[in-house]
Design a protein around this ligand. Structure first.
Ligand code: GDP
Length: 475
């Protein structure tokens, strides 16, 4: 019946209940339009996750900026005295690092907030409001302009007196005084004291602190899975552990209408009407911008060897002509346009051996990373999203840009190994074990035994990454 159809449709639109209803659709078209590209969720979120998200939204509404609870908590900042009666506790996420990194840390901070019954507030930085819609109904997730710590947010570091690691080092933590806020330094350069964040004992201490100010550029979720205090809850939330970023990312991260326009127009113009879409994300970590021959060689070696792209016939310029040829669209993203031009020319100058028609496209070539320019990051976000809409994905080692694409898209990419000494590695690429991002700077510490340990060998679902031997990822 019609009724049934419309219920089904709404359910689809809300990604099987993952998303909350009740937003003005026009204020954020991407929230409800994401299924138009035929890409629903990969797998079903647990009903427990869904119920915890609804509970989170209710708490966010109760505790969000300028609510009675928020005002009360903020007032106690100066007083140094904390009443136990505070209803709300917070995690403040500091806008830090490249866009891919920021997306990974937003998801990490949100899961931490979910696990610890806190409310996540987001430092808008220079461009966060241009990039992301509000994810929670009825209350903003942005730190308000008159938040008392705003003037300090960019100056917190490991030497700050409120830094958790520093407090541990200088033994300034006592049982009798609970600070109003603590700064958590979880960036890649953090030290052994900062890393004690990942020990249950420290979580017990942090539990009572109303404001946790967090600065990180890492996807730290794999290490949360190694903490006994979160184990049961994480098991219930994510029966399939490799879907953590996929579900939370699709729940939390909705491109603004400007970014969505970039996605939709590009997709409809170049990607919509083909049989197969292939994404190739080329990120070169070299001081010289390139393009490099060895990187081109590696991309071609990988895609041809794994039959992602068809071989061309350089001897005979004959187009096999039987029936309608299959079409492939290849979306290349890179700061440089050199790779794209070479691949495009190859498929123009020579016929494919299979007769397939191959179109090569690259939305932008920005030259170099420009973190403070607005349109730059809108394009970067649109490109990550477009990559997530492909059927087969090839990514570069170490790149959080690629992790975001694979995680949102529910794709296990082919990872291009990191070139050493400017030579193409052999084999050129490897299939990822899971769609999860890699935690680049995990702790290697056994909190109970108080000594070092290989945290990638403790449980079957937390392993070392394909692209970084010391990293950790969920599988
Ligand atoms: P990572 O450095 O690869 O881990 O990714 P990040 O996203 O954290 O930082 C790289 C930044 O460089 C991005 O945020 C973009 O601003 C820019 N960038 C890198 N690769 C590309 C690309 O292919 N397209 C665009 N538009 N920007 C890119």
């Amino acid at each position: 019946s019609d009724d049934f159809d419309s219920v089904e449709l709404l359910n689809d639109k809300l990604l099987g209940g993952l998303l909350a209803d009740g937003f003005h659709e026009k204020s954020c078209l991407s929230r409800y339009q994401s299924p138009i590209f035929g890409k629903g969720l990969s797998g079903k979120p647990s009903s427990y996750l869904i119920s915890r998200l609804r509970k989170y939204e209710a708490r966010h509404k109760q505790c969000g900026p300028y609510t009675e609870s928020y005002n009360k908590t903020v007032k106690e900042f100066g007083s140094g005295q904390f009443s136990d009666s505070l209803d709300c506790k917070y995690v403040v996420w500091i806008s830090f690092s490249g866009l891919g990194n920021r997306i990974l840390t937003l998801v990490s901070a949100f899961l931490y907030a979910l696990l610890t019954d806190r409310v996540l507030l987001v430092d808008p930085g220079v461009d966060m409001t241009d990039l992301f819609c509000e994810p929670f109904p009825d209350a903003s997730w942005f730190v308000p302009p008159d938040f008392p710590l705003n003037s300090h947010i960019n100056s917190f570091n490991q030497e700050s007196n409120q830094c958790h690691g520093k407090m541990l080092k200088s033994k300034s933590i006592t049982n009798s005084t609970v600070p109003s806020f603590v700064y958590l330094h979880l960036a890649h350069d953090y030290d052994d004291h900062d890393k004690l964040f990942f020990c249950d004992e420290e979580q017990l201490f942090l539990q009572n602190i109303p404001w946790l100010i967090m600065k990180t550029d890492n996807y730290f979720i794999p290490s949360l899975f190694l903490m006994p205090s979160f184990e049961q809850e994480l098991n219930d939330l994510f029966p399939k552990k490799e879907k953590v970023f996929h579900f939370l990312g699709r729940y939390l991260l909705h491109p603004t209408n400007n970014v969505w326009g970039l996605v939709v127009r590009y997709y409809n113009a170049y990607l919509a009407k083909v049989d197969e879409r292939i994404g190739i994300q080329i990120r070169v970590f070299d001081t010289d911008p390139g393009p490099f021959q060895h990187v081109l060689d590696q991309v071609l070696a990988c895609t041809l060897k794994e039959s992602i792209l068809p071989h061309v016939n350089r001897e005979q310029n004959l187009n096999p002509s039987s029936g309608t040829p299959k079409s492939k669209a290849v979306l290349i993203t890179s700061l440089s346009s050199g790779y794209f031009e070479k691949v495009r020319d190859m498929y123009w100058e020579y016929p494919t051996e299979t007769g397939e028609v191959v179109g090569i496209y690259q939305p932008s070539h920005e030259g170099y990373q420009q973190t403070q320019k607005q349109f730059h990051n809108q394009k970067a976000w649109a490109e990550m999203y477009l990559l997530s809409l492909t059927d087969v994905l090839v990514t570069s080692s170490w790149s959080t840009f690629g992790y975001v694409a694979q995680g949102l898209g529910g794709l296990k990419p082919w990872i291009l190994y990191k070139p050493e000494n400017r030579t193409a590695p052999n084999p050129p690429c490897q299939r990822a074990m899971s769609m999860e991002p890699c935690f680049h700077a995990p702790p290697f510490y056994d909190c109970m035994a108080k000594r070092g340990t290989d945290t990638g060998a403790l449980v079957p679902h937390v392993r070392h990454c394909e692209d970084m031997s010391w990293g950790l990822k969920l599988v």
